[in-house]
Ligand binder design. Structure first.
Ligand SMILES: *[C@@H]1O[C@H](CO)[C@@H](O)[C@H](O)[C@H]1NC(C)=O
Ligand SMILES: *[C@@H]1O[C@H](CO)[C@@H](O)[C@H](O)[C@H]1NC(C)=O
Length: 408
């Protein structure tokens, strides 16, 4: 097996967050044919659903004080969505991602209605749930050069796989620019909105309690000789002001990086195919299933819809790992000793920025101060919508309920 390991820079200078040496490693020919068939089989036996609804923690810490009652029709204003309990309106969990995507039209500069943008950013993604399958996949990964790349990144630490996901993108679909959600040993996931956790990681204020993460993105489909295939993985290793770099989609290749600290996105897959992404209503049950003969079909509420050739799909297998520095850190994460919450995070940020983010009346101002100071995205050029009031009015049963959990 001809394995090519290319090491792309191991340092990042802009970031004061330096939790880990952040880099991007790219590897080709990572599996034998049999290994790849096995992984494909796991995809084919799975029902893969569209992306989960917005990732709002089911706790009192789903907001930074902006929470409002629903209006009499059960609706929330733009930029808000209905919380997990269905009782209040809170900021969309990934307000950072949504704002940037809608404003710019995303990395592929789509010029579309809001509805079109949502549909395009609605790929199919599911965790591998079956324990026996996970073990088989873990064995395959352990035998591939990807495991060496992971060990490189984790150095002396203790590496743990936390989740394995299958991602299928249809022609016309994209993934907006985002940072993945971080983990902290002293801030449980449910104790702060996702966007605030991301800003907290990028601020570097809690770098000693941040758990290092590494993702591997591997591909089952893709042929770089096809110049129209699109779907490139793009990333900004040197921070949002740095250059955009990219990798084409190549079956049997892998990208290893820390998506928590490296902004990344996926360009529109097969933009020239003439297909636009199907319109999917978040209130429906949307699935994609293998139907034999190298074909896949979309099912909406159990009813079969459009059929795709497997070669038309962008199929990637993504694993997320955490890398504990030592046993002590693993224990502190497992038992979550410190119990910070959204207020504690706001207090720390207030001190660092010398401004009161905790009590001010206008919560959008507090939010924007945090985003401006800590959570910047690269300028991808173009302006699709400049008026944010357009952004996502959330209804309990809305077609446009915003997505983006990105916990894969
Ligand atoms: C990739 O595409 C090129 C050009 O279309 C084709 O010649 C080649 O066989 C393809 N490779 C694979 C592995 O499908
Ligand atoms: C949240 O954190 C604040 C400040 O750190 C603390 O005073 C408060 O008791 C915490 N709230 C809960 C419910 O734990």
């Amino acid at each position: 097996m001809n394995t090519l390991l290319v090491f792309f820079s191991i340092l990042i200078s802009y970031c004061n967050c330096n939790v880990s040496p952040v880099g991007v490693q790219y590897l080709e020919n990572i599996w034998s044919d049999e290994m790849m068939d096995k992984i494909r089989e796991v995809f084919r036996e799975s029902t893969i659903t569209d992306m989960a609804a917005d990732d709002i923690p089911a706790s009192q810490f789903d907001n930074i004080g902006e929470s409002l009652p629903l209006d009499p029709n059960g609706r929330c204003p733009a930029e808000y969505t209905v919380n997990k309990q269905g009782t209040r309106c809170v900021f969309i969990g990934r307000i950072d991602v949504a704002t940037e995507y809608v404003k710019t039209g995303g990395i592929s500069r789509q010029r579309k209605s809001i509805e079109g943008l949502y549909s395009a950013a609605n790929p199919f993604i599911s965790k591998v749930q079956n324990g026996a399958r996970r073990e088989e996949l873990a064995e395959i990964m352990a035998k591939s050069p990807v495991s060496g790349a992971l060990e490189n990144t984790c150095q002396e630490g203790i590496l743990r796989n936390v989740v394995m996901t299958m991602l299928i993108m249809l022609p016309g679909q994209t993934v907006p620019v985002h940072y993945d959600i971080p983990l902290f040993s002293d801030l449980p996931k449910a104790n702060a909105p996702a966007w605030l956790q991301v800003a907290y990681a990028l601020s570097g204020l809690n770098k000693d309690r941040e758990i290092r993460q590494v993702q591997t993105i591997t591909y089952l489909t893709g042929n770089a000789s096809n110049s129209n295939q699109g779907g490139d993985f793009v990333y900004w290793l040197e921070g949002p002001q740095g250059p955009m770099e990219s990798f084409p989609v190549v079956a049997n290749s892998a990208i290893v990086t820390d998506g928590v600290h490296v902004a990344h996105a996926v360009k529109v897959w097969q933009p020239e195919s003439g297909h636009s992404a199907p319109k999917l209503n978040k209130d429906d049950q949307n699935e994609i299933r293998y139907i034999g003969d190298s074909k896949w079909q979309i099912f909406i509420n159990g009813v079969g819809e459009k059929v795709y050739e497997e070669s038309e799909l962008r199929m990637s297998f993504i694993s997320r790992y955490i890398c504990f520095r030592d046993q002590e850190e693993e224990n502190s994460y497992t038992f979550q000793s410190g119990q910070k919450n959204a207020t504690s995070v706001l207090e720390e940020m207030s001190e660092a920025l010398e401004t009161d983010l905790v009590t001010g009346e206008n919560r959008k101002t507090a939010r924007d101060t945090i985003l401006t100071n800590y959570l910047q995205y690269p300028a991808t050029g173009g302006l699709n919508y400049c008026v944010l009031p357009e952004l996502v009015p959330g209804t309990a049963g809305s077609v446009l309920k915003f997505i983006f959990s990105y916990i894969c």
